[in-house]
Design a protein around this ligand. Structure first.
Ligand code: ADP
Length: 244
């Protein structure tokens, strides 16, 4: 299938202790914005490390645009764009130089790199910033640039690990809006967060807690009669009580 498909993923950091991920499964179709919603320690970063092959899961499977991450890692990884929690930009270079460097890592140079860079800058409404030093940009623009960078090789799946951490309210809102529009252009988006206000009623949501998927579906269905915030608090508190 296209998009992202995660099935029966288990992961333990050590033989003793509880698993960081326990039978995690969900799919994100092209054109969907999926929020991976979970409190600290839920397993979101562990899942991202597995999706980007920083670590390898002993059980379960991950398919990216129909390519199996374990048996066809190059093809699968080529179709993923990632925005990690920690920014990795060269502050003394301009936006365009940063992107040119990254395009080179993907085998793009000259005219084809310039075209790809203009395209991603336009997608994030950052073209007028191309000549500025990254150091001169505010936090929100730096983040937008990182998202632009993650799209240079035209991936089909975009992964973002808590991309609004440290941003002010206006920048958070702007980034959230931009990424929702990217999903509307056909990308499958997986957005890890612990902040329910970044999620729209028609988004897909996967609630992760203590390494398990508690529920998943459209955000308004998951919320039911409650607000999503109330429902999320209720579900995670029930699990915490059960574990106490
Ligand atoms: P989240 O990103 O949702 O905050 P993590 O994936 O970081 O969650 O953590 C999930 C669980 O795995 C937590 O119990 C955490 O303590 C544990 N964990 C995360 N990284 C490591 C590590 N490198 N070694 C051992 N345990 C870890």
């Amino acid at each position: 299938m296209s998009g992202l498909d995660v099935s029966h993923i288990h992961y333990r950091y050590s033989r003793k202790g509880r698993p960081a991920l326990d039978d995690v499964g969900f799919s994100v179709e092209p054109g969907r914005f999926c929020a991976l919603l979970g409190p600290n320690g839920a397993g979101k970063s562990t899942l991202f490390a597995l999706l980007t092959r920083l670590i390898v899961a002993p059980q379960g499977s991950i398919q990216v645009a129909g390519f199996d991450l374990a048996s066809a890692p190059r093809a699968a990884l080529a179709r993923i764009g990632v925005v990690f929690q920690q920014p990795t930009l060269d502050l003394d270079m301009t936006v365009r130089r940063n992107l040119t460097y990254f395009a080179g890592l993907h085998g793009l140079s000259g005219g084809s790199a310039a075209t790809a860079i203009d395209e991603v800058l336009d997608r994030l409404a950052m073209r007028e910033r191309a000549g500025e030093q990254v150091r001169a940009l505010n936090g929100g623009h730096r983040r937008r640039m990182e998202i632009a960078r993650a799209l240079i090789h035209r991936p089909e799946v975009l992964l973002l690990d808590e991309p609004t951490v440290g941003l002010d309210a206006a920048s958070r809102q702007s980034i959230t809006t931009h990424v929702h529009s990217l999903a509307e252009t056909g990308l499958a988006v997986l957005w890890a967060t612990h902040l329910v206000d970044e999620i729209r009623p028609d988004d897909q949501v996967v609630v992760l807690h203590r390494g398990r998927v508690l529920t998943q579906g459209d955000a308004d269905d998951v919320a039911g009669e409650l607000t999503l915030a109330e429902r999320f608090m209720e579900m995670t508190a029930e699990q915490d009580e059960a574990a106490a």
